[in-house]
Design a protein around this ligand. Structure first.
Ligand code: DON
Length: 319
């Protein structure tokens, strides 16, 4: 991998400055529909950059473990693309933005129960059902292994968060049955919902999240362990899905203002990927009304702007 274009001092300062400035930012509320998430301190705030060369720059509560939640959708998508190829996902799940909330039922109804994106709840439940597995525990083992390979360490489930979700996930169970009705679920619907709920309940730090993103940024090779986690050719499909739906109904605004593929979760995490260079991650529990962390969005955007990152920037030499 060619050396990154941005100096380490600039990255270090950008991370510290973003943490310093955005920790004062108020607004938002913890997710309350998952009881355990409502209890996490709203003050927690971590920022981290991981480069494709394996350097880590962090500030604040970057070692605090929080629930991965919807960010897990990215890694199950990666697993299924690896197993069945990108076209299978396109055909059986879809890859377009829904324009609706992440757990929308009306989005399903508008498209004959096709989920449209692997990064909304319906699409993620369908994607979990596509994992090539012999039973539920095999499905779960493979998903957890993929999350761990991306992070470069063994990731574990929080039994407390999982219990909190499994006993309140009635909306997602209804979505799984609608997928069954439309023919867009590929194993037992309640197994798929159970496994999806477990994959959301794993614990990561902001540093883990940055490394997971940097594994995508480096074309599928984990920059810490050196392990090839996914094929280079499959990474663009994951990044495209993140660009289309990673920030939910704010994905278009995010592409317009920041220009990096990204994914958020209701645990307060967010990760953005600059291919070939680095990933920027941030975590803070208070969410905006569509489910994205208020401080994490601001911090990641600030780091990206400070470092001049963005997919849509045209090099001056190209004029
Ligand atoms: O299924 C759910 O509703 C949660 N386990 C995850 C949702 C989520 O993280 C949406 N992200 N912003």
């Amino acid at each position: 991998m060619a050396p990154i274009a941005v100096s380490t001092d600039r990255i270090k300062n950008a991370v510290v400055d973003a943490h310093e400035k955005q920790k004062k930012k108020g607004g938002g509320e913890n997710a309350s529909y998952i009881p355990m998430l409502a209890k996490v301190s709203s003050k927690l705030f971590g920022v981290c950059v991981a480069t494709v060369g394996g350097q880590i720059f962090s500030a604040g509560d970057a070692e605090y473990e929080f629930a991965l939640e919807s960010i897990s959708k990215v890694f199950t998508l990666a697993l299924v693309i690896e197993q069945s190829g990108p076209h299978e996902v396109l055909h059986k799940v879809g890859a377009s933005p829904t324009g609706h909330a992440f757990n929308s039922v009306s989005a399903l109804e508008q498209h004959n129960d096709k989920p449209m994106s692997p990064l909304v709840n319906a699409g993620a439940i369908a994607t979990a059902s596509l994992v090539d597995a012999i039973d539920a525990e095999d499905r779960w083992r493979q998903i957890l292994q993929m999350q761990s390979a991306f992070a470069g360490r063994q990731i574990s489930i929080s039994e407390e968060i999982n219990a909190s979700e499994q006993t309140t996930n009635f909306h997602n169970r209804a979505i799984a049955w609608l997928l069954r009705d439309g023919g867009y679920i590929y194993c037992d619907p309640m197994e798929a919902c159970d496994i999806y709920t477990r994959q959301c309940s794993t614990l990561v730090t902001t540093v883990d999240l940055a490394v997971m993103g940097a594994t995508l940024a480096s074309g599928g090779r984990n920059p810490l362990t050196g392990e090839r986690v996914m094929a280079h050719a499959n990474v663009p499909h994951v990044l495209a899905a993140m660009t289309m739906e990673g920030i939910y109904t704010r994905s278009g605004d995010w592409a317009y203002t920041v220009g990096l593929p990204a994914k958020s979760g209701v645990g307060g995490g967010l990760v953005a990927v600059m291919p070939g260079q680095m990933a920027i991650a941030a975590f803070s529990p208070p969410l905006d009304e569509v489910g994205n962390s208020v401080r994490a969005q601001a911090a990641v955007a600030q780091v990206a702007h400070t470092l001049g990152l963005g997919l849509f920037g045209v090099p001056r030499s190209g004029e």
